[in-house]
Design a protein around this ligand. Structure first.
Ligand code: UT7
Length: 316
């Protein structure tokens, strides 16, 4: 059987933070942010909303299930990625399970930061291929605004909050996840990390230039390597949906793969970097906008803290 992406759902907070507002918070400019990152605005979940990552994840999951016509009780597993989990434990996936009423599922989180979704898709496809599950939710649920240092212009302009989910289900053999390839290099842990997650001192730290370089070289390589395992080439890809971190990273990778603009999904301008939620959020918009058609070869690729990166090839 194939492991197909049967439904996508998103939950994005209403509150928008524009570059103009950031100009009033730190020494920056709309011009700098736009030219260096491509970001114009990001959505923020207010702290006083009383809502957490699992609330965004649960709403996104329910919407993915509704699209797929699958009931919460039919879900066999829930895999969530979050760099800002509700609690250290239990898993955010367990909170989501309770909120959506998926009482027959087992639920766990993965810690692969912005690469969480591609790691989750790999695991979900294995659970389905093995026959253990028929329906698996893979969810990115992120409230990065709670761990951003709002006085650090190097990082605070980059991130946004969102929840996004994909329901991966047993389907026809000629569709779905064809192949995944995951990589990690713990030797690079120091270039992107978050300490003291549940304290008021929790702030993300990043060596932007090093992350940028690693992202461009390793993501383009892992996409090529994954394709090569299937005797495919970058030109065979119909749509490349990457983790949305910085438009310059996305265009540099597309250039390395020699892919034209129309084959690359970009929505970082409206959401900023939403970590593990960014790929399902971009997929959701690509599908909504008619950019995903049955039979297309779609490559998903991401890199995040760890450093961790990877690619999933999906026949849509
Ligand atoms: O999911 C993965 C997470 N992280 C990433 O993907 C981030 C990857 N890295 C990046 O996206 C880029 O490295 C950044 C956007 C973070 C920075 O862009 P850059 O082109 O590498 O800029 P830079 O760090 O070399 O800084 C250039 C200048 C510096 O000033 P000086 O030293 O040349 O005087 C910075 O202090 O720009 C300054 N700068 C800013 N100026 C205005 C840094 N941040 C800002 C800012 N506004 N927000």
């Amino acid at each position: 059987m194939g492991a197909i992406i049967r439904g996508l759902g998103i939950c994005v907070p209403e509150n928008i933070l524009t570059n103009a507002e950031l100009e009033r918070m730190v020494e920056t400019s709309d011009e700098w942010i736009t030219t260096r990152t491509g970001i114009k605005e990001r959505h923020i979940l207010p702290k006083d909303s009383g809502l957490h990552a699992s609330d965004l994840g649960a709403a996104a999951a329910l919407s993915a299930l509704e699209k797929a016509g699958i009931k919460p009780e039919q879900v066999g597993a829930i895999i969530a990625g979050s760099v800002v989990p509700d609690k250290q434990f239990p898993a955010t996936a367990c909170f989501i399970q309770e909120k959506i009423g998926a009482k027959n599922a087992f639920a766990f989180d993965i810690t692969a930061a912005c690469a969480g979704f591609v790691y989750g898709v790999n695991l979900a496809s294995l659970l389905i291929d093995s026959g253990q599950c028929d329906n698996v939710l893979v969810i990115g649920a992120e409230v990065l605004s709670r761990v951003v240092d709002w006085t650090d212009r190097n990082t605070c302009i980059l991130f946004g909050d969102a929840g996004a989910a994909a329901l991966i289900s047993k389907g026809p053999k000629d569709r779905g996840v064809i192949r995944s390839l995951l990589r990690s290099d713990g030797g690079q842990a120091g270039i992107l990390y978050l300490d003291n997650i549940l304290s008021d001192k929790a702030t993300m730290r990043m060596d932007g230039k090093q992350v940028f370089k690693l992202a461009v070289s390793e993501v383009s390589k892992v996409v090529k390597d994954t394709l090569a395992l299937e005797n495919l080439l970058p030109k065979d890809v119909d749509l490349l949906v990457m983790h949305q971190a910085n438009i310059r990273i996305l265009t540099a990778i597309a250039e390395k793969l020699d892919l034209p603009e129309e084959k690359v999904m970009i929505n970082v301008n409206r959401y900023g970097n939403t970590s593990s939620a960014s790929i399902p959020l971009a997929l959701y918009e690509a599908e909504r906008d008619g950019r995903l058609k049955p039979g297309m070869l779609v490559a998903l690729a991401a890199v995040g803290g760890g450093m961790s990166w990877g690619c999933n090839l999906v026949r849509w």
